[in-house]
Design a protein around this ligand. Structure first.
Ligand code: TXA
Ligand code: MG
Length: 335
């Protein structure tokens, strides 16, 4: 399903009219509006039900457009080097914002997150529009991010949101957010681009968020999307260790409800419970994760039990980060 010139032109027209367009990226779908229009950005916040203090990422078609969003001198050599190395791609770069960026975009803050997504249809849309486009993930605030056009349509009506269908997202996990606005470069949200890759390009150390753990309060303030409960299905979800599968399942199964188990490999989950089998490789797992959480949610089960993957690697770290925000550890009761 590739959005063609007509669909892209319709999306551009919607943006010009101050409307909202859901657009595909290589990570997840974004909920787009004209970044320079406080009205359009306000519509995006309202549709998402997003707190006004949580800043939006601004999507650009390339470095020249990104640079214009930064305060004078703030598009540093570091910013240019990261853009050259990782754009178009899954890295959001936070810098001091230019005066022309409406305060509503940044939640009233002095910095702006900028990203050039790797999807031809969206790049063509931004080029055609001729300016930057805000784009939080196209889900109601706090819920699971969408990785298909159908996911977006399940949350928003056609009248409010025009969906530019670019097919399923290849990546499936949101971009890495790195801040260049502080004394040292710092990753605020783990994602597909690793701390090591960023440090390699910058030639110096990069501060990292604690792997797979919930960010402390000060980081939650630095990047509000890092709050503990996020990316969450409606159904209660718990995480269990692979070695604990039998114990967790027997305990949960004895409760009498129906559960959906999300795990790699083959599971002996008997009906009426449901097993959603995950790919064993990180790329496949990431691309499938949000769709699996949504499917589990729609089954009407009483509990979603997710096996916590233990493999090491950047993408696995980002996957564990999202899982820990979607679920409580097994045995920790309700949230
Ligand atoms: O992959 C992605 O980044 C997707 C696609 C659509 O590009 N977008 C996305 O946006 O995940 P959103 O709004 O769901 O998450 C953006 C995260 C939030 O945690 C937000 O708080 C943080 O980035 N953020 C945005 N601007 C920031 C800023 N100026 N300073 C610190 N954190 C910022
Ligand atoms: Mg989001």
């Amino acid at each position: 399903m590739t959005a063609g010139p007509e669909e892209i032109a319709a999306a551009v027209a919607r943006l010009r009219a101050g409307g909202v367009v859901a657009f595909p990226t290589e990570t997840v779908y974004g909920l787009g509006g004209d970044a320079m229009s406080a009205d359009a950005v306000g519509r995006v916040f309202a549709l998402k039900g997003r707190p006004a203090t949580n800043p939006l990422i601004v999507h650009v078609s390339g470095e020249p457009m990104g640079r214009e969003l930064a305060a004078t001198g703030a598009w540093s050599k570091d910013a240019a080097a990261l853009a050259r190395a990782f754009w178009p791609g899954s890295l959001t770069i936070v810098v001091a914002k230019a005066g022309l960026v409406p305060p509503i975009v940044t939640g009233g803050g002095a910095t702006v997150g900028v990203r050039c997504p790797a999807h031809h249809a969206t790049l063509a849309m931004i080029e055609g529009f001729g300016g930057p486009v805000v784009g939080p993930s196209a889900n109601p605030s706090g819920r699971v991010s969408p990785t298909t056009a159908a996911h977006v349509r399940a949350s928003f009506g056609e009248r409010d949101v025009l969906v530019l269908d670019g097919g399923p997202c290849r990546g499936g996990i949101e971009s890495t957010v790195v801040s260049l606005a502080g004394p040292a470069p710092r990753v605020l949200r783990p994602g597909p681009v690793s701390v090591e890759q960023i440090a390699g390009v910058l030639g110096r150390a990069v501060e990292r968020p604690p792997a797979g753990e919930v960010a402390p309060a000060d980081e939650a303030a630095a990047s509000p999307g890092m709050q503990a409960r996020h990316y969450a299905p409606r159904t209660r979800a718990v995480l269990f260790e692979p070695a604990e599968e039998a114990r967790v399942l027997s305990r949960v199964l004895s409760g009498g409800g129906r559960i959906a188990v999300i795990s790699g490999g083959v599971s002996g989950v008997p009906p009426p419970h449901v097993h959603l089998r995950m790919p064993l490789d990180a790329d496949g797992y990431a691309a499938r994760l949000y769709a699996a959480l949504r499917e589990a949610d729609e089954l009407g089960v009483d509990l979603i039990a997710v096996e916590r993957p233990n493999e090491s690697g950047t993408l696995w770290d980002a996957i564990r980060d999202r899982l820990s925000r979607a679920a409580a550890p097994a045995g920790q009761g309700t949230r």
